[in-house]
Design a binder for this molecule. Sequence first.
Ligand SMILES: Nc1ncnc2c1ncn2[C@@H]1O[C@H](COP(=O)(O)OP(=O)(O)OP(=O)(O)O)[C@@H](O)[C@H]1O
Ligand SMILES: [Mg+2]
Length: 230
Amino acid sequence: MEDDRLIVHTEALTKTYVDGSLIRALDGVSLGIERGEFIAVQGPSGSGKSTLLNVIGTLDRPTSGRVVVDGTDVGTLKGDALADFRRARIGFIFQLFNLVPTLTALENVILPLLPYRRGLPFDLMKRGRELLASMSLGARLHHLPGQLSGGEQQRVAISRALINYPRLILADEPTGNLDTTSGEEVVELLRQLNNEQGITLVVVTHDAAIASRADRVVHLRDGKLVDQGG
Ligand SMILES: Nc1ncnc2c1ncn2[C@@H]1O[C@H](COP(=O)(O)OP(=O)(O)OP(=O)(O)O)[C@@H](O)[C@H]1O
Ligand SMILES: [Mg+2]
């Protein structure tokens, strides 16, 4: 039986790498995340934070254990079905923004759905423009990433993460490359998306400002969940 309140549910996740010696990047992680929660994931470098996020986001497969996202055991999905699932349900935000340098802000935002635009129930260009406007970037639609500040680039990346109306956003050190002021703006934006739209946020961070704004902070050490918060 799956619990309907949970948008993410992991059971005894392990991820091991054989790299000279055996590395347990994840070592028995069982975690439930409720719909609408804003969770911060903290822990020392190498403790498995990015690995956990990537496994939840179906970008990486666990060595053993189960990941259920929105009622679907993602271990049962392969190839196109997995990519379709990810594109329909999940938004990602990265530390280094991961914008395409030769595309404008608007082009970057709509890019993930561009190949599918004909089948969408909404106007992709209009959605992209509205998202950027909501991030105070309405006057920067046609700028290239290199012509934008770090904080502006991250707001473009957040707009891109929102293009598919995700119910779940996964962010890996989203303020890691920003100065304090831009970082605080990004934290506020994330908090607002969570409060106003009920989007579930899982944010890996060293940033005390993010942790203090989250509903719950979970701690990883040596691939183990040492504190579930809450
Ligand atoms: N592809 C890989 N091959 C071998 N080892 C890996 C690989 N990816 C990650 N690891 C190891 O798994 C462990 C967890 O890595 P992970 O990137 O999840 O840590 P992290 O908590 O995100 O660290 P940081 O705060 O530095 O980003 C580390 O010991 C890392 O070296
Ligand atoms: Mg990491």
